[in-house]
Write a protein that binds this ligand. Structure first.
Ligand code: FPP
Length: 246
């Protein structure tokens, strides 16, 4: 398969799954899988930037992940703090703009502060735009958008009839960037798991059996090659799409 697909997705979203199974297969605690997963995050960010992807959105911690054992949640939070301490300078050097999306107010104060500092430091960068979804859920995002539009309606700023798909999309957390063209999920499951429910409406889906800590640049290239071979129709016929290209 070509490692240089011609049709590169503008926005790639990733569900990083399989850390726990990776650790169990090695007789290690789940935390070891999450820790090993940081290496794959680094490889994926590098690959995305090298291949010309403009936006990368990683699902690091879902709204539902709070239900995991307290010990696992707190070790994950510790890992996020550590990863920020170690990686932000390098991301900044590589012109990456970092943003966190989710119910960040649910996180500890120290982590929130580190996230805010990282966002501020990299805000002016013009290379890869890296979104990390933490305490995020697709349904949460939609409910938040509905609430903000309802507040505007009550304030008399908009009427119910003004709320069309464009206005609704504009109230979501990733409103300022294009929808993902490609979703990658590792770990063998074929689910969206309450990720970007609205934004993934027309994404191509690539499911990999590889467990996240084993995911590397060649796996990323496989997903990009799959995407490059797809004709995206957005409801049109194949003939219509071909006619527009001519
Ligand atoms: C899912 O695997 C993985 C997570 C819930 C956490 C993802 C976090 C990282 C990769 C750590 C670093 C992240 C950043 C952004 C620095 P799982 O635990 O559900 O695996 P399993 O399905 O095998 O149990």
């Amino acid at each position: 398969m070509s490692s240089e697909p011609t049709n590169v997705p503008t926005h790639v979203a990733v569900i990083m799954d399989g850390n726990g199974r990776w650790a169990r297969a090695r007789g290690k605690a789940r935390h070891a899988g999450h820790r090993a997963g940081v290496k794959s995050v680094r490889a994926t960010v590098e690959a995305a930037a090298e291949r010309g992807v403009s936006y990368l959105t990683l699902f690091a911690f879902s709204s539902e992940n709070w239900k995991r054992p307290e010990e696992e949640v707190s070790s994950l939070m510790g890992l996020f703090v550590e990863a920020l301490r170690r990686e932000v300078a390098e991301l900044h050097r590589n012109n990456v703009r970092l943003r966190f999306v989710g119910a960040l107010e649910q996180l500890g104060g120290g982590l929130q502060q580190k996230m805010a500092e990282a966002q501020q430091k990299t805000a002016g960068n013009t290379g890869l735009f890296l979104n990390v979804a933490v305490a995020f859920g697709g349904r949460w995002d939609i409910v938040e958008a509905a609430q903000s539009l309802a507040r505007r309606a009550v304030a008399g700023e908009i009427s119910a009839a003004d709320i069309d798909e464009e206005v609704f999309a504009g109230a979501l957390r990733l409103a300022d960037i294009p929808d993902p063209d490609l979703l990658i999920r590792t770990g063998g499951e074929r689910r969206i798991s309450n990720f970007l429910l609205w934004n993934l409406a027309y994404a191509e889906l690539w499911f990999s059996e590889v467990l996240w800590p084993d995911f590397d640049k060649s796996d990323f290239d496989m997903a990009l090659a799959y995407y490059a071979g797809k004709q995206r129709r957005f409801g049109h016929t194949g003939d219509q799409v071909e006619a527009v290209k001519c």
